[in-house]
Write a protein that binds this ligand. Sequence first.
Ligand code: CU
Length: 131
Amino acid sequence: MSKQTQFYLGLVFIFISVLVYFYFSNSQPTSSSPTVQVVNGVQIIKMDASASGYSPSTFTIKAGLPVRWEITDRGTAGCTNAVISRTLFTGQINLVPGTTSIKEFTAPTTPGTYRFSCWMGMISGSIEVVI
Ligand SMILES: [Cu+2]
């Protein structure tokens, strides 16, 4: 391979690298979180709960907008049979194995990290509220 060929191959390599870089840097998801979808202005969160934890366990939602939280019980037991969050809503969300429980509330207007957990706090997750 001549020096000139190597030089041009180098240029092509750099060019492709730059293209790839811009392609990926521009393709960031438009939604703040892939686990949240917005339908008719309602932010829908889908989460699985089991005795070992929540999946996914973190979400990002927009402040002040309605939320519909669908929690599918994949085998909770004992204290994991209810979800609480003192900062997001009052009361608790009761879970029944094999069924999906739905909780509707309005996202806080103050941005921040809001934690939720089973009623004894052994398994937990968080909802990031952004403006
Ligand atoms: Cu617990």
